[in-house]
Design a protein around this ligand. Sequence first.
Ligand SMILES: Cc1ncc(COP(=O)(O)O)c(C=O)c1O
Length: 367
Amino acid sequence: MSKSNQFNNSIPEPNEYIKNLKSYSAPLENRRNLLRLDFNENTIGPSQKVFNAIKNIKINEISIYPEYDLLKNKVCLEYLKNRNFDIDEIGIFNGADAAINAICKAFGEKNKVFLTTNPTFGYYFPCAEMHGMIIKCCSYIGNNFKFPLENFFESIQKYKPKLIFICNPNNPTGSVISAEKIMEIANKNKKSLIVIDELYEKFYGDSLLPIIDFKKTKNIVIIHSLSKTAGLAGLRVGFAFGNEQIIKQINKVTGPYDVNSFAVAAANAALDDKEYIDNYVLKVKEARNWIQEKFESLDIRYNFNGGNYFLIWPNKEPQVLEKEMKDNGILIRNMQNKKDIDQSVRVSIGVMEQMKIFWKIYKKLDQ
Ligand SMILES: Cc1ncc(COP(=O)(O)O)c(C=O)c1O
């Protein structure tokens, strides 16, 4: 039976692109009580203010649909030092994933090109495919995974992509592209919507957000989230920043109450305690320097770039190391099936005590 016929007589047919779509799956179950260095989440949890806000939530906030203005205003006025946004330049989503999905829904088009890099964050691909887009990818360059600037510019010329997604720093290689180059891409390609996924930017520190003027640059959308820094991955809060006309289109394809009241209360509290986030980022950077030095003393391949994660090419088969680390209470992620890095494992960077535990077990198992 051909692939397209396999639904006959079993279930009503989904749309033509969903039928053959490979769903995005991640090993998300049974992660509690382990040291989680597998999903690049904040590894110590949110600020006490977030717990208090959730504990003190009013019954009204549970029985009434959520309200967003307080959070929106907070993001507009206080998200960045020295930079205010207009309320219409911000969209609030059920995690960055929902923002990515909504952008593809609003701007993705059948037979138009979706350009990105490879390897990169896996969820981009089903989001583009479900709208019948043609995916084109540029590979990173060399052992350090340099951003493929030249190839990227050539591909833009050749394919005239409708959507361009750049993960900066890139998950999982940590590769970065400068704000200047992104602006060059945007200025030369006014018909393309350029999405800059800055989920890990705080761990690197070269965000476009403080300098971009969305009234002048209308074809860039920047994505942020409270999962990786503020510790709200389980509550799901993400932001999209862009020109008000673009945000308006993206908002058209999201439900009016998609972000729930607990998430809103937690996000408000997290943004009230930005010091906590900054401290966490600082601790991760410290731990990163420490663990990088440790790897420098070993004779194995490793890759430290932007982001709160690194890659190593272990002596053991990646799947074996992953399993043995798990048996010792530590989750890491093997990069099986990821282009150019399939023999590596990705390790998230937590705080110093956590990296010391990781190092002790890793050394015992692989060195
Ligand atoms: C690059 C990138 N973008 C988006 C996401 C999704 O983040 P969120 O938890 O906000 O949905 C992730 C999560 O791993 C990611 O790595």
